[in-house]
Design a protein around this ligand. Sequence first.
Ligand SMILES: [Zn+2]
Length: 381
Amino acid sequence: MEVDPPPAPAPEATPAALPGDSFYAVDETAVDAQRQAKPWTQDATYFKRVAVSPAASTKMLAHAQRGCEAGVKAGGKPLEVMGLLLGYPDADASKRRLVVTDALPLPVTGFETSVVADDDNVVNYMIALSDLVEKTRKERLMGWYHSHPFDVDEDHDNCFFSSTDLSTQLSWQNAEDPQGNPFLAIVLDPLRSAAKNSAALAAFRAYPPAYTPPANQCPDGEICADDARRVEVWGSCWHRYYQLDLEYFMSGQARAIVDVLNRSHLWAKTLSESHREDTTDRVAKIADKLARAPGAQPPRAPRLGGYGGLDALGSGAAPSARADQAPLSKAADAAAGVATEALHGQLSQLTKRHLLCGCSGFQRAVHSYLARKGQVAKPCA
Ligand SMILES: [Zn+2]
C-alpha cells in the first residue's frame, strides 16, 4: 500500500512590514518641523490620539502593580507610583497623534490623589534622567504617568484627573508645550486591571485656562447632563481636561516573536483557558435531544440532580424501541463528551494551580487587599 509522503512544512513567512513598524522609523525632519511650528499651542484639543509601545505599557502596568504590592506588603493601602514617558509627536501631522515609546519609573510613591514629587532626591533623579535621555535617545521626555490604585468600582475605572493632577499637568504643559514638546499624562488603575484582567489606563491633556469646552462635556467627549455623575466619574475638574484615544503598536518583528512563543507554549494557553464555557448550553441541548428522542417519556418537571428526559436512558430499551436507539446513543455520546471535557477542565485547573502557583504574587496581594475590602469573595490560596 502506497503511503503519501508527509506534506512539506510550510516555509516560515517573513514578517511583512506592518503599520506598527512606522513608529520605529521616525522621520526626524518632519518631527522637528512640527516642534518648530508648535500647532498645539494654537489649538486646545490639537492632539486626538496616543500610540503606546508594548514596552511602555508593560512597564507602566508592572510599576503600578509593584506599588500595590509594596503598599499591601507594608500592611497599608496600595501605593500610587509615578514615572515619565518618552516619545515624540507623530511625524504625520494629520494624525494629530503622540507616540509613547518608553516609560521610566521614578522613585516616587504616594497616597490617594497626591503624588509627592518635591523631594530633593526625586528632583535630582529626574534631572539626571533628563540629561541621560538627551545624550542617548532621539525621543524626548514628553509625558508623565501615575497610578490610581483605588477601590474597584463595577461601573467605571479610576482613570481621571484630580485637582492636583490637573495642576501638575498644567505646569508640565506650560513649561514644555511652548518648547516644541507637547506634554501628555497617562493615568492607570492597577486594581481594576487585575480584577478585570485587562489594562485600565487613559491618556489626558489639560485645557489651557482660557479655553471653554462645550457645556456639560465630559473628558471623553460625552455630553452628560447629570452633575453628580460627571464629578463621580471624572472628578471635580471634569471640565478642564480631555481624554485622547489610546492605541497600541507592535513591530512586525515583535509580532513574529509573539507568534513563535504562542506556538511553542500552547500548553500554557490551554491551561489558561476555561473549560466551563457554554457547558450549560450544551447540557441543555442534550437534554432537549433526549426529550425529543422516540420512545422517550415526555419531559417531567426537573427534579433535584437530574432532568426528567434522562429517565429515557434509565428505562432500558425495549426490543421494539431498538430501531430508535440512534438518537439516544448520539445524545449519550454528547453527554459523555461534556463530562470528559469537564474532567479535563478540572484537571488542568489543578495542574495550573500547582505549576503556576495559581496567580502571581501581585495578584495574590491585590486579591488579599480586595478580600479585606469585601470586594472579592475568595482570595487565592
Ligand atoms: Zn492622580
